[in-house]
Design a binder for this molecule. Structure first.
Ligand code: OGA
Ligand code: MN
Length: 223
């Protein structure tokens, strides 16, 4: 596997330098009070640049495939529901390694504050081409305790409202959005996966993101 990031990644970067303690505190407080959080400038411009480079290199190597709905034997392609293409992160280079170390740190901080007992995560790059979208959906169903928390990091510098591709977050009941946000570089959104339906509105420009799910893997639960 080719390493996409070795040359450009300063070896001195530590995961704890990627995100600030005040940002972690603010995210935890909002999650505790509302069940969701949005922060701007959560990741630095230079780290976004590395992530975006990694995503684009993987796309060049044709590592992306059409997204589907459901998992394993239930997997189906439904382009009327979602039309993006995806690539799972797999700790294959320094950029992905650093990102995953950062996620570990964040998951630990959220667990401490919210007692969620999350012990595992998965992360996926997504590309939406102009005209693509993801209709209103849930990431996990009530009581399944599969995906506990969703986070989406955006990798699009200088994104403006005319470019579309907004994420719309809804309450459990009803169609009045809680918030609508542009997929701007540095922005992160986090929410409880079983509680918030959400959708990606059609984008008018190529839109890059990383979606992460913090999970509880049965068998890893401490007794
Ligand atoms: C998803 C999703 C939101 C976004 O991948 O499940 O809802 O803003 N992504 O990319
Ligand atoms: Mn989703």
């Amino acid at each position: 596997m080719k390493d996409h990031s070795k040359e450009s990644l300063p070896t001195a970067i530590q995961p704890q330098e990627l995100i600030s303690q005040p940002d972690i505190d603010q995210m935890c407080s909002a999650l505790y009070q509302e069940g969701w959080a949005v922060l701007d400038n959560f990741l630095s411009g230079s780290f976004i640049h590395l992530m975006r480079g990694d995503l684009m290199a993987l796309d060049q190597e044709e590592k992306f495939h059409k997204a589907g709905i459901g998992r394993e034997q239930d997997f189906i392609r439904r382009e009327d529901i979602r039309s993006d293409r995806i690539c799972w992160l797999d700790d294959i280079n320094d950029t992905q390694h650093l990102f995953m170390q950062m996620l570990d740190q964040l998951m630990t901080a959220v667990n401490r504050r919210l007692f969620l007992g999350m012990n595992h995560f998965e992360a996926m790059y997504a590309i939406y081409e102009p005209g693509q979208f993801y209709r209103k959906h849930m990431d996990s169903f009530k009581g399944q305790r599969n995906r506990i928390m969703t986070l989406v990091f955006y990798l699009n510098p200088n994104w403006s409202a005319e470019q579309g591709g907004e994420l719309v977050l809804y309450p459990e009941e009803g169609d009045t959005p809680i918030t609508t946000l542009l997929p701007k570089a540095g922005t992160v959104v986090a929410f409880l996966s079983e509680e918030f339906p959400h959708e990606v509105l059609p984008t008018h420009d190529t839109r890059y993101s990383v979606a992460v799910w913090f999970r509880i893997r049965e068998g890893d639960i401490p007794i």
